[in-house]
Design a protein around this ligand. Structure first.
Ligand SMILES: *[C@@H]1O[C@H](CO)[C@@H](O)[C@H](O)[C@H]1NC(C)=O
Ligand SMILES: *[C@@H]1O[C@H](CO)[C@@H](O)[C@H](O)[C@H]1NC(C)=O
Length: 430
């Protein structure tokens, strides 16, 4: 029964292969920009800007004078109070996840380490950066994937999630390759970004476009599809979010939901998605004819802008979370944890940001999965609750409510087992 339901209600994949030429040429420019820029901006320290990564910025090997951002970032760090008056924010990021069918283990299913060790990598190009990623080291998050990275040598961060859409499995394609590859390319593209080589700042939609084009061109990724929800978060508190499909973003301020993205779907349970059709199937379709092929493109993602404040919490999560937790559930989990841990405090009947927020976001140990920071505890709390709810056969989650609305005959109750991934950023004013 459960299997049959899964069959009817499993997410639909749309057949891909709308011509890529248009998108390829538009992002050709971006890529050119990225590869020339990488000559100047070597090996940005990616990952969490805290924990000393900004101190570890490598020097510019090409020409010091051409590297104002690098040297600026160094001196900025030691004398920030003297020449910056507007508030400066940092984003403290952690992720937690659980693959469908696996037991949730808070210790193992947490990710707080920066994705690339700046001491090890000095990448000349996106390709070189991507090749340095090791498939065997990927988080065991099933078809869900996530990333976070510093943008070039700036104080800007990029982070997000991608949810691989199944459907090619029967043709021997690992559906995790597309979403994990997409995230690796996004992390790399952010990492080698150079501000001085581009006229404007990095936009999440452009980051997605570059990564998508790389996935299409990458012969090791045979095919597949994915949703994506990502942000570029600036130190001045401006956060730009791009969402394609039914992963989602939530912005929480002191005990309140400030924004929740609307999922993009073509039909019930058929999210907008990027996709790549295996070469073999394209050939078959050319010879025998086939379904008129459709795929969504990065430019179709919905873009929103948000101004964050000290103590805000940003959540990026796949539908494995949102199908099981309503925005109100997520707010309750975050509020409870923030209040318990002192991130938010109640004072004279009002809620305010706790005085120790910055300390709370510092991990106690520099481990891969250090669960002592506030952001790690929040990510774990969300993933854990989503996991438990997904396995609960009695408590109807948002997915059950949707099914009951569209397919009352199905008699679906309880949660929806799925891969789960949540990236949490706690906003700290420095
Ligand atoms: C954090 O990890 C430690 C072991 O490293 C474990 O004992 C503890 O239960 C974990 N805490 C949470 C909240 O996951
Ligand atoms: C979101 O994106 C879809 C697809 O590109 C578009 O049709 C829709 O108008 C967008 N919605 C908003 C609010 O921008």
């Amino acid at each position: 029964m459960a299997f049959a339901m899964e069959g009817t209600l499993g997410r639909s994949r749309r057949l891909a292969s709308r011509t890529r030429t248009a998108s390829a040429s538009s992002s050709g420019l971006l890529l050119l920009c990225l590869s020339t820029s990488s000559l100047l901006a070597h090996a940005a320290a990616p990952g969490r800007p805290s924990q000393g990564s900004l101190h570890a910025l490598p020097t510019c090997p090409v020409n010091r004078a051409a590297c104002p951002v690098t040297s600026g970032a160094r001196s900025f760090h030691s004398s920030s109070h003297n020449w910056r008056s507007s508030p400066q924010f940092s984003y403290q990021v952690a992720a937690s996840y659980s693959a469908k069918g696996h037991r949730f283990n808070a210790e193992r299913n947490t990710y707080t380490r920066r994705v690339f060790d700046p001491a090890k990598g000095r990448f000349q190009s996106l390709k070189e950066c991507k090749e340095a990623t090791d498939k065997r080291m990927r988080a065991k998050s099933g078809q869900d994937s996530f990333f976070f990275s510093q943008v070039g040598t700036t104080h800007t961060s990029a982070f997000g999630v991608a949810d691989g859409v199944g459907g090619w499995v029967e043709s021997g394609v690992d559906p995790a390759d597309f979403s994990h590859g997409l995230c690796e390319y996004m992390a790399c593209a952010a990492r080698i970004w150079s501000q001085e080589a581009s006229s404007s700042s990095l936009h999440p939609k452009d980051l997605l476009q570059v990564a998508y084009d790389e996935v299409i061109a990458d012969k090791s990724i045979i095919g597949g599809g994915s949703t994506a929800c990502l942000a570029v978060a600036e130190p001045d508190g401006n956060v730009e979010v791009a969402n394609l499909g039914d992963s989602g973003f939530m912005h929480l301020g002191l005990n309140a939901v400030r924004h929740f993205t609307q999922p993009q779907t073509h039909a019930f349970n058929t999210p907008y998605q990027l996709s790549k059709t295996p070469e073999r199937m394209l050939v078959q379709m050319a010879v025998f004819g086939g379904t008129s092929a459709l795929s969504d493109l990065p430019k179709e993602s919905n873009v929103t802008h948000h101004q964050v404040r000290h103590g805000d919490v940003l959540i990026f999560a796949t539908d494995g979370v949102w199908d099981n937790l309503s925005p109100q559930d997520a707010l309750s989990i975050v509020s409870r944890s923030m209040i318990d841990l002192g991130g938010w405090v109640e004072k004279a009947g009002a809620m305010e940001v706790g005085p120790d927020l910055q300390d709370l976001t510092q991990a106690k140990q520099a481990r891969k999965a250090d669960n002592t920071s506030l952001q790690a505890k929040l990510a774990i709390a969300i993933a854990k609750e989503a996991k438990e709810t997904s396995l609960n056969t009695r408590r109807d989650g948002p997915f059950a409510k949707e099914v009951q609305k569209y397919y009352p005959g199905e008699n679906w109750h309880g949660g929806k087992p799925d891969d789960i991934a949540a990236v949490v950023a706690v906003v700290v004013e420095e």
